[in-house]
Design a protein around this ligand. Structure first.
Ligand SMILES: Nc1ncnc2c1ncn2[C@@H]1O[C@H](COP(=O)(O)OP(=O)(O)O)[C@@H](O)[C@H]1O
Ligand SMILES: [Mg+2]
Length: 435
C-alpha cells in the first residue's frame, strides 16, 4: 500500500486487521468486486478506497452510491461520515453540500453520492454525471449490468497518472456479477471474497444472531458468503431428496393422491398416490383428451380406494374435475394460485404446499421411489422470498430457463397438499362417504 494512503487511515479504519480488505485495497485491476457474506467489511472497504483515491489524486472525481437512496443514507453514507476525516473537507476550501449531495475536499477532489433509483432514473442520472476517475456501487447486485457499463463509460477524467477504478460490493447473488467476475473471470476483473470472520469489528455473537434469525440456508449463505452454496435458491436441497429415496417408511393409513393435468398434447399428465408418508404409485400418460384422462383417473381412484384426490383445477384439470366430481366425492379441485392460508408467509397456495413439502423432506417425513423424472424435477425447483414471503418459480419461468415443466413434482405437491385433508379424511373410508 502506497505511503500516502495512510493519510486517511485513522484509528477508526485500519484494513490491515482484515486480510481481505487489505488485499482489496492493494489490487490494481480496473474492476473490483468485493463480494460475499454480510458483515464482511465490504462497504467499509469501498468507502475507504474511495477516500484514498481522492486523497491520492488531487482533483479526482468519483461517485459513490447504490440503487436505493434510503439504503445508501442508512448504511454507506453513515460509514462515509464515520471514516472521512472532517478536516479533509473543512471550509473554506472544502464543502459538504448536502442537498446537492457532493463533498469537495480541500485538495479539489469531489465525491458525488446518492441513490441511482429505478432503471430510467439511473440511466438519466449516469448520463448527466461529469467525467469521473472512479465509482463505488454498494450492493451492486441491485443495479443492472447496463447501468454498470454506463458508469464505466464515465471513467474518463483526464488526470495525470490516474488509475481508473470501478469498485463494487455485493452479497452473494447469481446474476451478471457472478458471470462477469466469477464464472467468466474477465480480464482486468478481480473478485475478492469477504467473510464475516474476516471482520474483527462485528459483535462476537454475530453468528449466533444470524443462526437464530434466519433459516439454515440463509444463515449459511450469510456466514459462508458462498455464491454457490447448495440449496440457496433450490427449494429442496439435493441431499434431502436422496435421503427421501433411500428411506423406507410403512404404508399406513388412507390413500391420498394428486393429479397434474397436462395443458398440451405433448406434455404429460401425472398421477401420484401416497399412503401416509410413502409414495406408492406414480402413473403418467400423454394427455390426449379430457375424457381419456378422466376415465384413467376413475380407474386409479377405484384401484387405490382414494380418500382424497387433489387435482390442479387451473386449465384442463378443471375439466377433469367437472367430469369426475359427481361420481367420486374424493375429487377436489385445487386452485394453487389462490391466497395461501398464511398469506404473510406464502405468496399463494402453490408456495404454501411446496413450502410444506420441502419441510417434509427436511424433517424426513416422506418416502419417494427412485424415479428419475420426479427426482430431476424436484432438484430443479427454485424458491425466492420477495418481501419475506416464499415464492416458487413458475412453470413458465422454468420452461424459459430450459428445464422441463415440473409435472411429477406438481403431482407430488398436490398429493401432499394437506389443508383441510384431516377433516375430510374422517368423512371418507375406503372411498365411501361415512359422515
Ligand atoms: N477495517 C475496519 N475498521 C473499522 N471498522 C470496520 C472495518 N471494516 C468494517 N468495519 C465496520 O464493521 C461493520 C460491518 O462492515 P460493513 O462494511 O458494513 O460490512 P458488509 O458491507 O460486508 O456487510 C461496519 O460498521 C463497518 O464500519
Ligand atoms: Mg454492506
Amino acid at each position: 500500500m502506497a505511503k500516502t494512503r495512510h493519510i486517511y487511515l485513522k484509528k477508526l479504519y485500519d484494513p490491515s486487521v482484515n486480510k481481505q480488505q487489505w488485499i482489496a485495497h492493494q489490487s490494481e485491476e480496473r474492476y473490483l468486486l468485493y463480494g460475499g457474506a454480510y458483515g464482511g467489511g465490504k462497504t467499509a472497504m469501498g468507502i475507504n478506497e474511495g477516500i484514498a483515491l481522492r486523497v491520492e489524486y488531487p482533483g479526482n472525481r468519483g461517485f459513490m452510491g447504490c440503487r436505493d437512496g434510503t439504503d445508501f443514507k442508512r448504511n454507506a453514507f453513515n460509514q462515509l461520515m464515520k471514516f472521512l476525516p472532517p478536516e479533509l473537507y473543512a471550509p473554506p476550501r472544502g464543502v459538504h453540500h448536502q442537498s446537492d449531495m457532493y463533498i469537495k475536499l480541500i485538495n479539489g477532489s469531489v465525491i458525488y453520492y446518492g441513490g441511482l433509483g429505478n432503471d430510467a432514473e439511473a440511466v438519466k442520472k449516469i448520463s448527466n454525471m461529469p467525467e469521473l476517475g472512479w465509482f463505488f456501487i454498494d450492493q451492486a447486485e441491485e443495479i443492472t449490468e447496463n447501468q454498470f457499463m454506463l458508469l464505466d463509460g464515465r471513467l474518463r477524467l483526464v488526470l495525470s497518472g490516474i488509475k481508473y477504478r470501478a469498485l463494487l460490493t455485493a452479497n452473494p447473488d447469481p446474476g451478471w456479477l457472478r458471470t462477469r467476475f466469477i464464472s467468466e473471470a474477465r480480464p482486468n476483473h478481480r473478485y475478492i471474497p469477504a467473510l464475516p470472520k474476516d471482520n474483527p469489528f462485528l459483535p462476537s455473537n454475530y453468528e449466533e444472531i444470524l443462526k437464530k434469525n434466519f433459516t439454515k440456508d440463509m444463515a449459511r449463505r450469510m456466514l459462508e458468503g458462498d455464491w454457490d452454496v447448495e440449496g440457496i435458491d433450490q427449494l429442496i436441497p439435493y441431499p434431502d431428496i436422496r435421503d427421501a429415496i433411500k428411506r423406507d417408511m410403512p404404508a399406513k393409513g388412507s390413500t391420498v393422491a394428486g393429479l397434474d393435468v397436462a395443458e398440451f398434447g405433448g406434455a404429460k399428465t401425472v398421477f401420484i398416490a401416497r399412503q401416509g408418508n410413502k409414495v406408492i404409485d406414480i402413473v403418467s400418460w400423454f394427455h390426449q383428451d379430457t375424457e381419456f384422462s378422466a376415465g384413467t383417473v376413475a380407474e386409479l381412484i377405484r384401484k387405490h380406494k382414494l380418500v382424497i384426490l387433489n387435482i390442479d383445477s387451473i386449465g384442463k384439470g378443471g375439466e377433469v374435475v367437472v367430469l369426475l366430481k359427481n361420481d367420486y366425492p374424493c375429487v377436489r379441485g385445487v386452485n394453487v394460485s389462490e391466497q395461501a392460508s398464511q398469506p404473510d408467509r406464502y405468496i399463494n397456495k402453490r408456495a404454501e404446499f411446496y413450502g410444506k413439502l420441502a419441510k417434509r423432506f427436511e424433517m424426513g417425513e416422506i418416502d419417494i421411489p427412485d424415479h428419475t423424472a420426479l427426482g430431476a424435477e424436484l432438484v430443479n425447483l427454485h424458491k425466492k422470498y420477495p418481501r419475506a414471503r416464499l415464492q416458487i418459480e413458475s412453470k413458465e419461468k422454468m420452461r424459459a430457463r430450459g428445464v422441463p415443466s415440473p409435472d411429477f413434482a406438481d403431482a407430488l405437491m398436490l398429493a401432499f397438499a394437506s389443508d383441510g385433508i384431516k377433516q375430510e379424511a374422517s368423512m371418507y373410508i375406503r372411498g365411501r362417504r361415512v359422515g
